[in-house]
Design a protein around this ligand. Sequence first.
Ligand SMILES: [Zn+2]
Ligand SMILES: [Zn+2]
Length: 307
Amino acid sequence: MISFDNLFQLSASSLGVDKGDKEEVTLVSHAHTDHTPTRYKNNHLLCSNVTRKVIELRRKLKQTKRFSHSNIKSRDAGHILGSRMFFINNKLLYTGDFNPQGEYSGKARPVKCSTLIMECTYGRPRYVFPPKTEVLKELKEYVEENNKVVITGMDSSFGKVQELCSALDRFKIPFSINERILRMNKGLGLHFKHNDQDSKIRITDDYEPFDYSGYKKIRLTGWNLDGWWGSGGDKNFVFSSHSDYPSLVQFVKKCNPDTIYTHHGYAREFADDLRKMGFNAAPLSLLGTRRKKHQSSLFDFIHQKVF
Ligand SMILES: [Zn+2]
Ligand SMILES: [Zn+2]
């Protein structure tokens, strides 16, 4: 039996979030590889159908084990297709990567909670993203001006690439994609009308051997705000699936939790900022070291607690 501060109980020997490999139950927020378990022998997954399908396609698994619990509710995370946050016992909200400004795959909506565990990949004030609609408009113009373009700098076969396929589809711009993306789209039943493998507008990743000569290279990432990341691209757009700094702060204010634990990216710095704003915040990693014997801590909840 797992229990967390009398908030929540479930009959499993262990529970993990995202990269929980050995746990009997793993809550998987989305299908980016830094959030999915590496082993699937015994664990039951609670995740969206899209996330499950991506995992099964990638790992060539026939079927992963399922888990559901009436006290664990999934909510849109707005990050990539199938991304979810988990709201536990109407009190604890866990986010993997999330985005309240999401366009393509829903929006992460804040919810009043007592404890918030949140990612803060872009948790520094310098990360302020322009609206996606504006960036996509500029991208469209750039692609139309140049007839041989390769768009890269993205997660491999799943995530931002589908958002981009969908945007080019909307703009009625024919595009080609690499084999891995093609297989993934097919496996997920995603059909893009303007996907034309003869097109010289190519969506790819850094893993595909591709002859870039004669092509203009576009890189899409939030890290383009740091300049150095975008080196090598002819045109770099600030385009991310994550929350920017103002969205992170706004999300916290609207959830208005008693306690916040930050993880991913600038966890320590962002928790410092939140404390200056009057919130009770700490990086999630600190919990492991603060833990006292026999005390039911959040660290136990996230990793493992066996009664
Ligand atoms: Zn992600
Ligand atoms: Zn991530």
